[in-house]
Design a protein around this ligand. Sequence first.
Ligand code: FAD
Length: 314
Amino acid sequence: MSKILIIAEHDGQSLNSSTAKCVSCAQAIDGAEIDIVVLAADCTAIAAEAAKISGVSKVLAVNNPANEHLLAATLAPQIIAIAADYSHVFGPSTTFGKDLMPRVAALLGVNQISDIMEVLGAHSFKRPVYAGNVITTVEASGDSKVVATVRTASYSAAALSGNATIDVADIAVDLPQHTRFVELQAGSSDRPDLQTASKVVSGGRALGSAEKFEIIYQFADSIGAAVGASRAAVDAGYVPNEMQVGQTGKIIAPDLYFAIGISGAIQHLTGIKDAGTIVAINKDADAPIFDVADIGLVGDLFTVIPELQQALQS
Ligand code: FAD
């Protein structure tokens, strides 16, 4: 029987929804027993949240002051200490998981499977390659542990109707001293988180400047959406890198996605493959974004957005 350990993603206070999405992926493996490990300075509140995810048997809480800043180099040896009992170790394919899971795989001496989007069996998975243009089947060896990241955009979060037991785990391992936390520089925003928001408004090169990008923020705020951008808008310095959507940015799956002044390059589209309704605003009726859009508006964004906003207010 498969025994799956899921590494919880959190911000030190609350659980990220990527964890419940990993649980959904793990549940697709027949008869799997699923545990979650929370590594934090103080796991109490986060472990309580994790215990509510249905389908989870047990939550392991690893309290350690060294886990305050979630450094991959510090977390990985602790995970290895627990992983012996498990056939699979899963983490989310987010910035957190992409940093951590290759280290876990390397310490276990196995290859990591990246971006599981579908489970075919306990050792067989589908994952996207070539910017999502090709879906490939990966077979993991049945003899070794499976260490994998889960493409969270491909899974809905498991329900919160569970009641798993919480065990406090004492792990006595030497932690490496070669990596230390210096500081966190992050943009602060009251807007919804781009990676988990149900509505996202993204702007592209057409915005023309950081000042003109303000129209995107205003529109997003008026509908309670997160804000994203194309790589061209990021490279031109209109917005910070963390807002990039696409192959080399964030892979997202909002219910509603606005692509405004974005042409629809394949590298952008791969980031919104699992989005629900896609609305495109572009002045070029032949822009490729209209091939994937559910609703298309051909026009100048600087005219269309104010009109749209006015219509929404009335
Ligand atoms: P453009 O392609 O220049 O499109 C601008 C659009 O705005 C045009 O369609 C134009 O008709 C329209 N427009 C202009 N003015 C107006 C107006 N006033 N009103 C309405 N519409 C207007 N891109 C990403 O987005 N994310 C990625 O993660 C990413 N990763 C990449 C990885 C690699 C390896 C490579 C090679 C490229 C990657 N790219 C990525 C870049 C990608 O190929 C495109 O260059 C980029 O997405 C284009 O951004 P854009 O649509 O904003 O700009």
